[in-house]
Design a protein around this ligand. Sequence first.
Ligand SMILES: Nc1ncnc2c1ncn2[C@@H]1O[C@H](COP(=O)(O)OP(=O)(O)O)[C@@H](O)[C@H]1O
Ligand SMILES: [Mg+2]
Length: 344
Amino acid sequence: MSIRLRNPLKMLRSHAIALDVGSGQTIITSPDGEVLLCEPTVVALEQGTSTVIVTGTEAKSYLGKAPDRIRVARPVEAGGIVDFEAARELLRRFLAQVLPDDGRRVKACVVVPHGLTELEKRTIAECCKAAGLSGVNLVSAPLAAAVGAGVDIAQPKGRLLLGIGAGLAEASVVCLADVVHSETLKCAGLAFSEAVSQHLAATRQITVGENMAEQATLSLACASPSSEPRSLTVTGKQAATGSPIALDLVQADLAGALDGPLAELEALVRSVMEHAPAELVADIGETGLLLYGGAAQLCGLDRYFAERLKLKVTLADKPQLVAIQGAAAALRPDSGVQKLLIRK
Ligand SMILES: Nc1ncnc2c1ncn2[C@@H]1O[C@H](COP(=O)(O)OP(=O)(O)O)[C@@H](O)[C@H]1O
Ligand SMILES: [Mg+2]
């Protein structure tokens, strides 16, 4: 009796994954780009023994609330691993959630910021292997994001990209399937939330936790004024009295809160263009700026850059996923980008 495999190619492929271990979110997809996991890169461990208590969304809800016996770690900062053991344990748990325990080897295509040092990149690859992956290929985030956004990266055409994640922003000029110039800045989604937190303390004398600051950023903050009504009840602690406080705030209450981080990001993009060859900058006049990464979804950010830089600005469709979609494409021999993204 012969056994027919339902879809042999798919089964073979199911042992390869694309992985993005960001400072904010960890995402795992199948080679087809189907999202298998998307969870915060946060882990709660027992102090001392480092036994994992909870991971992802649940661990993130512990931020600012954990007693001394629990350590809540963000093991990836600005795209690099800062706590190897916590990152390995977190990744091991995440992989176990999405992979069948059939003893087969699993390979991964892993997105990493272009601007990390060789040592930081090697540490990510080693951590992935320590977490159980048998083979790891690293792909450069700006190239992967361009592919994921549908750009034909092999063309002799300059493209400007700005990726804004949680801990790191990276501006890059790409051409002929390579990154011609890129610069990074530790100013991204977490810096937005931090600036909002400081603004609330200065203007409303309210101290808010990390998760509340992020919620206020997502619900209220705008890079350029928007007509869309935005409001949120912000809860925290009254700075003077220490009492609990709840404030109903609207978009205008955060006016100017992000001026600092936005100016830094604008300077980053300008610097990258200044360092790029004239022919490529001329191309960028035509192709514009492509935004990707979760924090690129900040309300009005595309208009902000379009006005300041006098460029056509496009926010990628599903900005948080485009880089990993490019990495997933690199797993598919028929995608035509495998050789462009994975350099041996
Ligand atoms: N609509 C939004 N507006 C502003 N920031 C957002 C929005 N959605 C998500 N973010 C921010 O995006 C960041 C996560 O983006 P992501 O690309 O996953 O980062 P990383 O790859 O560094 O983990 C977080 O800091 C989050 O607050
Ligand atoms: Mg990411």
